[in-house]
Design a protein. Structure first.
Length: 594
RNA sequence: GCGCCGGUGGUCUAGUGGUAGGACAUGAGCUUCCCAAGCUCAUAGCCCGGGUUCAAUUCCCGGCCGGCGCACCA
């Protein structure tokens, strides 16, 4: 401990921490509402100098762990994509909300829900708007809140995607992606080439996504433009298993659906290995990434006492997702979603396979080639052409289909095909019908995808919140951010003890030296030394170096290094400074060991 | 989107039908010299639009923004 009075910070976080943090963030440049000069705009935040740096460091840490260390590729796709992409992804329809407002009490309700709850319609969301309005009138549906009639009220759609136009005019609509993942799925046909058509492989992307939220809330937690770090891990569901050994011993707090539904349910403490064995986590792939994520979250500074993995309840899960877990962090008593881990099966790639001309499949070679007997046709176009004119190609398609499903149809002299309700007799000899043995080397499969999807802004907020501390030093109140050195915006502050040319010169030399070693350094020579320490405490700088008169007396050999959380000080030789501090930053050395 | 409450220097806030005061922060100087010290000076503010009024930061209406509740959150 320091020679100074130093109170413990255990009880430092209170309900009001969020308020204090938001104020600090604004004042010190972590984040603030955007476009303030024009009245501000809801749901958009700017990361200031400190925040941008912290966010960048968090992203770098994520990249190191989820791309580099896992051997995955990273891409950077556009945020705007054309309409067909979102027709395929389902966002154009599925992201639509139908809202109807009560004329009496003013409450807005999901029109499709009102219809589904009170009629025999089961999928009201797929009905066109006018029809929903008709149904509401016909059944004389009422407001769920106050009971007033809703007939005659306009049903309005609200799509959470931001729309724009690509190029001049409005003939080519585009949308800002509502999740960064879409860029990975869309580029899959090319990405699989880079993976040399071998499963499994993973692709990451860190980037912005946009949702035109009806009501952005709670500072930076729910915004309209946000950064996601996503990994799409493509696997062959029949062949690929994760290396669970590597994470089996990771201890986790799990909050399974069963516990959430139980009267007195509560989160359970277990390990990844046990959770998989006991079937708590059904997908080993999801389990694997939970096991990777937990230590990573700890490393960037999330308080593990306020962290858990919560399983989605069946109702909140997308229909295609077999199992889904969220990473959650606690903020002032509320659990907020930090990441989602979903086993999405082949949903995304199948949709694009269906909507796009491109192939979203992987060719999977059999161990042994298979020999199959197959009926084929090779029609004589010099006959079919003149005979059927423009319909000739349709005839060929029909013949191919017929050969595949009923080769007996070709047993006679002629074969009958149905074309637009007419039956045509075609001489079999003109069809080139044959039954051949073919060898198949493999098949095209649609990979399944495991998706760990991280919210970066929310994580930055959580890291700041969990790092917020208040204590007392020498009877003076102090506020500081106990940020992990790996992510702190500034790693070291360098000060001359007071205004003095010699002290300042030496201090500036040290700044250059440390920056040359790749450290993030700030220099400050204003006012009192204590004030400068507090300033750095408040932005979370882990270390401060002070040049004093002892430094000068000994021909500039040693300086004071002060640690943020304890305010302890040690004297270090200047020429070892860069090396020692780098080692501390990289976790190879602890300040106490000096 | 609805309801309630709110919006005053960078931050936090006092106050007013006659254009505003404090604290902290910031900058300069003096002083001091290892934990927000002192003194002097300086910079800097009534969210936007309309209305009422001789006069609006203040009252009224609308908007924007924020907090909370409801709804929403693929």
């Amino acid at each position: 401990m320091s020679e100074h009075e130093h109170a413990a910070a255990d009880e430092s976080t209170t309900e009001a921490t969020s308020e204090k943090l938001v104020e600090l963030a604004k004042r010190r440049g972590y984040f603030f509402q955007s476009s303030g000069a024009y009245g501000g705009v809801g749901g958009f935040y700017t990361f200031g100098p400190q925040g941008a740096s912290l966010k960048g460091n968090v992203e770098d840490a994520w990249r190191d762990r989820f791309a580099v260390a896992e051997g995955n590729m990273e891409i950077d796709a556009p945020t705007i994509m054309p309409e067909p992409v979102f027709e395929a992804s389902g966002h154009l329809d599925g992201f639509d909300d139908m809202l109807v407002e009560c004329p009496d009490c003013g409450e807005s309700h999901r029109a499709d829900h009102v219809v589904e709850d009170n009629t025999e319609y089961e999928d009201a969301e797929s009905l066109p708007i006018p029809e929903v309005e008709e149904v509401i009138a016909e059944y004389e549906l009422v407001c769920p809140s106050c009971g007033a009639g809703l007939a005659g009220q306009a049903v309005e759609t609200f799509n959470l995607m931001f729309a724009t136009n690509i190029g001049p005019g409005d003939s080519d609509p585009g949308y800002l992606r509502p999740e960064t993942a879409q860029g990975i799925f869309v580029e899959f046909p090319r990405l699989k080439e880079y993976a040399r058509n071998q499963l499994p492989f993973g692709v990451t992307q860190i980037g912005r996504a946009y949702r035109n939220e009806i009501s952005p809330r709670r500072s930076i937690i729910r915004v309209r433009e946000f950064t996601q770090a996503e990994l799409e891990y493509f696997i062959d569901p029949e062949e690929d298993d994760p290396d669970l050994e590597r994470v089996a011993d990771v201890e986790v707090t799990l909050y399974p659906a069963a516990e959430q539904n139980a009267e007195d349910g509560s989160p359970i403490e277990t390990t990844i290995g046990e959770a998989v064995e006991e079937g708590v986590i059904s997908s080993p792939w999801v389990a694997y990434f939970l096991g990777v994520a937990k230590p990573w979250y700890e490393g960037v500074g999330v308080d593990m006492d306020r962290f858990r993995f919560r399983q989605h309840l069946s109702g909140e899960r997308a229909h295609y997702a077999a199992d889904c877990w969220d990473a959650e962090g606690e903020i002032d008593g509320n659990w907020i979603e930090l990441a989602g881990f979903a086993y999405r099966s082949d949903y995304d790639l199948s949709k694009h396979e269906e909507y796009s001309e491109d192939r979203f499949t992987i060719f999977k070679q059999y161990d042994e080639p298979k020999t199959v007997e197959r009926a084929t046709v090779d029609p004589d176009m010099s006959y079919l052409g003149p005979e059927f004119g423009g319909a000739a190609q349709d005839v060929v398609d029909e013949l191919e289909a017929l050969a595949a499903r009923d080769r007996e149809a070709f047993a006679g002299e002629t074969v009958a095909i149905e074309l637009e309700d007419e039956t045509h007799e075609i001489p079999v000899e003109k069809t080139g019908f044959a039954v051949e043995e073919q060898t198949e080397a493999g098949e095209h499969i649609v990979p399944h995808v495991v998706e760990p999807s991280f919210g970066v802004g929310r994580l930055v907020y959580t890291v700041l919140h969990h790092a917020y501390r208040e204590d007392e030093v020498d009877g003076e109140q102090r506020t500081y951010l106990a940020l992990e050195p790996e992510v702190a915006p500034t790693f070291v502050g360098v000060f001359p003890l007071q205004s003095d040319d010699d002290l300042e010169t030496t201090a500036r030399e040290i700044v250059d030296d440390l920056r040359g070693a790749g450290l993030s350094v700030t220099y400050d020579d204003s006012g009192n030394i204590g004030r400068r320490y507090r300033r750095q405490d408040e932005v979370g700088t882990p270390f401060c170096v002070t040049v004093d008169y002892e430094t000068l007396e000994n021909e500039a050999t040693t300086v004071t290094v002060r640690e943020r959380d304890t305010t302890d000080q040690k004297r270090l030789p200047i020429d070892e400074l860069a090396e020692t501090l780098s080692a501390i930053r990289d976790g190879e050395l602890a300040f106490e060991e000096l």
